[in-house]
Design a protein around this ligand. Structure first.
Ligand SMILES: NC(=O)c1ccc[n+]([C@@H]2O[C@H](COP(=O)([O-])OP(=O)(O)OC[C@H]3O[C@@H](n4cnc5c(N)ncnc54)[C@H](O)[C@@H]3O)[C@@H](O)[C@H]2O)c1
Length: 311
């Protein structure tokens, strides 16, 4: 099957590309390298790379022609970036998506699987978070992702295009960035391995639902191969852990039992608690998380250790 992965040079995209190549699909990647890296695609010379932008109709057309399925991951990613650059966030996440949808309609794509975010919900009101939880984003990112979802689902109603939006909770795994725009697991692991202190924003009792990138890839593939399903679905592990407990797990795995931990003020836009109800994804397309946090962290720390040693 011919597939397009927008944002395929990024963290989740490159993990998805790896699996698609292993499964012998014909893969095209569209990426502008805003936050993606060529080295993430280097192991896959059989992938056709279109260096271009989802906001540019010609680039999108060039990459999408003939594709049966589109995995749309290209985005300005994260709360912090959206607060720093709200115009870029809205431009890429909304207008980029509309450009992708227009091409999908034109080329009669069968299925679009779009990456959304738990950021659409805002502060948790009920627990765990089901798909019908109120959507009151706390950041421009949550708002642009919600708008993206609504566009995808409107196109699914208007045209012969199935659209599934996956609302990822906190994804972690190989190829994830660990700079200021990164997520907590890679930031903590790389700092610990380098012997640097880590900073917890808030008291550390806030909780997160961490989902391994392998399970996110699995969900994308199952959503793509299940016919007759459109909608927005939560995509987490269905479990949660406090940041303090996470630090304990990471200290054990990195061997840095005495790693220095500094507590700072909570960050604007960060929610207190998070936990996905994944029943709907399980029912709709057979999603089943396969990786425990303990196992996932062990594998991730092994990978990160090799990266630190290679740099
Ligand atoms: N990582 C997480 O925990 C998480 C959580 C919720 C949602 N998501 C969503 O998952 C998707 C992938 O995120 P990621 O964590 O892999 O981030 P990432 O930054 O590693 O990947 C995004 C990719 O999109 C590319 N890109 C950005 N703007 C583009 C444009 N206009 N045209 C073409 N390419 C463009 C980037 O260069 C990068 O390769 C995003 O849609 C993100 O919003 C991620």
């Amino acid at each position: 099957m011919k597939v397009l992965v927008t944002g395929g040079a990024g963290f989740i995209g490159s993990n998805l590309v790896k699996r698609l190549v292993e499964d012998r699909h014909e893969v095209v990647v569209l990426d502008n390298f805003l936050s993606g890296h060529r080295k993430n695609l280097a192991p896959f010379p059989q992938v056709r790379l279109v260096e271009g932008d989802t906001r540019n109709a010609e680039d999108v057309d060039r990459s999408m022609e003939g594709a049966e399925v589109v995995f749309h991951l290209a985005a300005s990613v994260g709360n912090k970036r959206s607060i720093d650059e709200p115009r870029l966030d809205a431009d890429i996440n909304v207008m980029g998506t509309v450009t992708v949808l227009e091409a999908a309609r034109k080329f009669r794509v069968r299925k679009l699987v779009a990456s959304s975010s738990a950021g659409i919900f805002g502060e948790l009101r009920t627990f765990p978070i089901r798909e019908d939880h109120p959507v009151e984003p706390d950041t421009p990112y949550g708002s642009s992702k919600l708008c993206m979802e609504k566009h995808c689902l409107a196109y699914a109603k208007l045209y012969d295009l199935e659209a599934v939006c996956l609302r990822y909770f906190n994804v972690y795994g190989p190829n994830q960035r660990f700079d200021a725009y990164g997520n907590v697991i890679p930031i903590f692991v790389f700092k610990m391995l380098r012997g640097e202190p880590i900073t917890i924003f808030g008291d550390g009792d806030q909780t997160r639902d961490f989902v391994n990138v392998r399970d996110v890839v699995q969900a994308n593939l199952r959503a793509a191969s299940t016919n007759g399903v459109s909608g927005a679905f939560n995509l987490g592990s269905g479990t949660r852990v406090s940041i303090n407990a996470l630090v304990k797990l990471l200290k054990g795995r990195t061997g840095m039992k005495d790693a220095a931990v500094v507590y700072g003020p909570p960050r604007p836009g960060d929610v207190r608690d998070s936990l996905a109800d994944i029943t709907a994804s399980q029912r709709a397309f057979g999603y089943e998380p396969s990786m425990s946090l303990e196992q996932g962290l062990t594998e991730y720390v092994q990978w990160a250790r090799q990266e630190v040693e290679a740099r």
